[in-house]
Design a protein around this ligand. Structure first.
Ligand code: AQP
Length: 342
């Protein structure tokens, strides 16, 4: 049976990178996937612990993330949204995987390498950096927990942004190794589902993806009011040319704005260039602001409404966890037998 699973970290307020990259896909799958396909969208709070943060802030981000998912159109009658930490089977399976995953596989992960590089200073050796930089074991083994999140439910398909493709490959490698090691076909090898807006970049540095943990002005949050959207787009990086093209190599910042426009409108990049090629950058930025405001405004109304309905949102999360844990416990029981714990 098919099962689609994809998670989001409660590390802040979701942004249009999350929305155009995956959340819009999560919503559309509710219509396009066959009724027999189970849809699971965990809020992966255990992953959020890999970077130290204020406990109160984490709690708030979890509920805000759930609110944004519902406001975007996730229907709790069709999809299960739940907090990962409510289901201890995630960490138990992660431990099994920790015990079979070669460290070399993890040290090749580009996200880890870039975090390490950010912290590495020429004065210090890698050993010094690892001892004192705040880079923790959890951050290193984070992709293993992600593999456990996916394989615990025997997911067959995983909608992800391009930044997660390497981690999903690792999940497949772990699944394959486990199956071979125990000579049983326990796990299917999950396939990625990507959207046309694979990667939305930062509004300030188009070489970096738009991210929740970067400064506020580098991204558009789902809950940003129109004047903030206008200001952020106006101040976003651009160049001095007086027309619009899509050229990620030579005009990465403009290409990013074109990508956002196309994804918001559900049209192709070529259509955007045909429509706006002769516009100057200011005119194009104004048009982009307008389509973003139009797209986000009904979602934002729903966000406002749900912020006053926190009891309902908590109940949705509780129901989701109850249903997901039935699948998780059943699969974990089989896995415990396979590895010899039972
Ligand atoms: N900029 C992006 N473009 C397209 N897709 C994106 N995703 C994230 N950023 C972009 C996809 O959104 C899903 C959920 O993301 P997440 O919560 O795991 O990622 P994030 O917090 O936005 O990623 P960061 O910013 O690297 O993490 P932190 O929280 O540390 O700031 C994923 O499928 C992801 O691909």
């Amino acid at each position: 049976p098919e099962l689609i699973l994809s998670g989001i970290q409660p590390t802040g307020s979701p942004h249009i990178g999350n929305f155009l990259g995956v959340l819009s896909k999560w919503v559309s799958l509710q219509q396009t996937a066959h009724d027999s396909v189970t849809l699971l969208y965990p809020i992966v709070d255990l992953h959020a612990l890999t970077i130290p943060r204020d406990p109160e802030q984490l709690k708030k981000s979890k509920i805000e993330t759930a609110i944004v998912l519902l406001a975007c159109g996730i229907d709790p009658a069709r999809s299960l949204i739940f907090e990962q930490s409510r289901i201890p089977a995630h960490t138990e399976l992660a431990w099994f995987f920790n015990c079979i995953t070669p460290m070399g596989w993890l040290s090749r992960m580009t996200q880890w390498k870039s975090k390490l590089k950010l912290k590495t200073n020429s004065q210090f050796s890698e050993h010094d950096v690892l001892s004192s930089s705040g880079l923790c074991l959890g951050l290193f083994s984070y992709p293993v927990l992600q593999a456990a999140d996916i394989l615990l439910y025997k997911a067959t398909h995983v909608p992800i942004g391009e930044d997660q493709v390497q981690h999903l490959e690792l999940t497949r490698d772990i699944a394959e190794m486990f199956n071979k090691m125990f000579r049983q076909n326990v796990f299917p090898l999950p396939l990625p589902i990507t959207t046309s807006a694979k990667r939305i970049m930062s509004l300030y540095d188009p070489s970096k993806k738009m991210s929740k943990s970067d400064p506020e002005n580098t991204r558009i949050n789902m809950s940003d009011p129109p004047e903030i959207i206008a200001e952020k787009i106006k101040k976003s990086t651009s160049d001095s040319l007086k027309y619009i093209t899509y050229d990620p190599e030579t005009r990465p910042a403009i290409a990013n704005l074109v990508t956002i426009y196309a994804a918001v409108q559900g049209i192709t990049i070529d259509q955007v260039v045909v429509e706006h090629g002769k516009s100057n950058i200011k005119t194009f930025k104004d048009a982009l602001t307008q389509v973003l405001v139009e797209k986000l405004s009904p979602i934002q109304k729903e966000i406002q409404r749900l912020r006053l309905e926190q009891g309902y949102v908590q109940q949705v999360l509780k129901n989701g966890a109850e249903k997901a844990s039935i699948i998780a416990e059943n699969n974990l029981d089989e896995i415990r037998r396979v590895v010899g714990l039972k």
